[in-house]
Design a protein around this ligand. Structure first.
Ligand SMILES: Nc1ncnc2c1ncn2[C@@H]1O[C@H](COP(=O)(O)OP(=O)(O)OP(=O)(O)O)[C@@H](O)[C@H]1O
Ligand SMILES: [Mg+2]
Length: 440
């Protein structure tokens, strides 16, 4: 979903939600996307002073002052408007300004505040608005976001606004799941657009202001990987593991085994072969991982600088919602453009986020997104062999391995084997070779 999308004709979209759901933020984002494309815009606000508004939006990365100085943006502070006559004058002034600026986008914040101006005379207010919307947005082709405050617990805006003016309705909501805020956008009606998703989770954050989680299309599923896209090879003792690019692979690690030593001999060889890796860990710190891998890289002469192709992200899953964490994963992939992603400590993540349904949905979307973008995924999760069927999404991964210890050596067993990624017999990895970070 893009706010920069050009509408074929001017539309009036109602943005409704309880206090604090992000209506003002969404309206600002809508104008900001227009401003970046040289579409002039106006924010009419009955509830917030210009100073507060500019400061809040600057915190999220929108510098409205910059656009105002260029004559592209105008904020109308309407908090002192208290009666219908003043409102009538204000709307006339707004029409003139739309002409003068050749504005293409407008936010009115809020229709609820406007309606409160004429509680004794709603008929008159409705007429004023009708005329305004006909003369302004409709006639002059200004796409307008009309904000409505939904009282807590109420589902409808009231005033009959939805019925008579608007082309689209977006409802913003907040849900608290496991003490974390989940923001949702429900697109209830949108003329000329086919709408298939009921609720889209979103995040308010600097500098994207509003980011979405939109499920990727299922044109590729992990098991539909195309082997012609190449392979990633890992040497283990005298054996070779061969993964088709874009496969999603899970290593189930016996809880008594630390996955870091195993990773510390596969990562250096992946780096030496020119791979670019994003390593997300929910258990080890960034410095622990980097130090270990730097040390292991020393066994490969003249390859020290390759450590720069390893981007480590250490995340505390208790500080964010699943939506934020998985959105962050998508962003990091887009920015860093790795061809391999390693995720370590999935079990800790799942334990802490504990909203399993959301986890499954979001993680699944990341698996198919990576498969579709030819990013090979290696996921490490702690679980006993007999419980592996309980691992969320276990049937989605292309390859499934089990890692355990046998007489101090690591034993790698293949559970599901895509394109004969590995020999069928368990592979034993010598303890000494693990210690020295050398694969074979
Ligand atoms: N920098 C930020 N990072 C993350 N969240 C932020 C940031 N700045 C503001 N928010 C969140 O945005 C929300 C406020 O959004 P906004 O003011 O757009 O809501 P609103 O629906 O317009 O509220 P109201 O009904 O009070 O006008 C708050 O819940 C706040 O937590
Ligand atoms: Mg607001």
């Amino acid at each position: 979903m893009k706010f920069s999308a050009k509408y074929t004709e001017a539309q009036i979209i109602l943005i409704a939600g309880n206090p604090g759901t992000g209506k003002t933020t969404l309206g600002s984002k809508f104008l900001y996307e227009g401003l970046k494309n040289d579409e002039n815009s106006i924010y009419l606000n009955f509830t917030e002073t210009k100073k507060d508004f500019y400061r809040n939006m600057l915190n999220l990365g929108i510098d409205f002052e910059y656009y105002e100085k260029q004559g592209k943006f105008k904020y109308i502070e309407a908090i002192t408007i208290t009666d219908i006559n003043a409102l009538s004058d204000l709307l006339q002034e707004l029409l003139n300004l739309i002409d003068k600026m050749n504005a293409k986008r407008l936010v009115i914040d809020s229709i609820s505040a406007i309606m409160q101006l004429g509680e004794q005379n709603l008929g008159k207010i409705r007429e004023l608005l009708h005329n305004f919307f006909y003369l302004g947005p409709k006639l002059k082709e200004v796409t307008t976001f009309l904000i409505a405050e939904l009282p807590y617990g109420k589902k409808s805006v009231g005033y009959g606004v939805e019925e008579f003016i608007v082309d689209g309705v977006i409802i913003l909501k907040i849900k608290i799941v496991k003490r974390k805020i989940i923001r949702l956008m429900e697109i209830r009606k949108m003329r000329g657009n086919e709408i298939s998703i009921g609720e889209v989770p979103f995040v308010i954050e600097y500098p994207d202001v509003i980011s979405f989680r939109v499920p990727p299309t299922l044109n590729i599923i992990p098991s539909g990987i195309n082997p012609s896209k190449g392979f990633i090879e890992i040497k283990v003792g005298n054996n070779k593991l061969t993964f088709a690019s874009g496969t999603q692979n899970i290593f189930i690690v016996n809880p008594s085994v630390d996955s870091l030593p195993f990773l510390s001999f596969i990562i250096p060889q992946l780096l030496v072969k020119g791979n670019r890796i994003v390593y997300r860990s929910y258990i080890h710190s960034e410095s622990t991982i980097k130090d270990k891998m730097t040390k292991c890289l020393e066994y490969y002469p003249n390859n020290k600088e390759l450590i720069n192709n390893l981007l480590v992200r250490n995340l505390n899953p208790s500080s964010k919602s699943i939506i934020e964490l998985e959105l962050n994963a998508e962003k990091i992939d887009n920015i860093e453009k790795p061809n391999i992603v390693i995720v370590e400590g999935l079990s800790t993540y799942i334990d802490i986020v504990s909203d399993l349904d959301t986890y499954k949905e979001e993680h699944y979307n990341n698996l198919i997104r990576r498969a579709g973008n030819n990013i090979t995924g290696f996921y490490f999760i702690n679980e006993f062999e007999e419980n592996m069927s309980k691992i969320p999404l276990i049937s989605v991964y292309d390859n499934v391995f089990y890692l355990t210890i046998k007489d101090k050596n690591i034993l790698l067993k293949s559970i599901r084997n895509h394109l004969k990624a590995v020999p069928l017999d368990p592979i034993e990895i010598d303890a000494r070779s693990i210690e020295s970070c050398i694969a074979g």
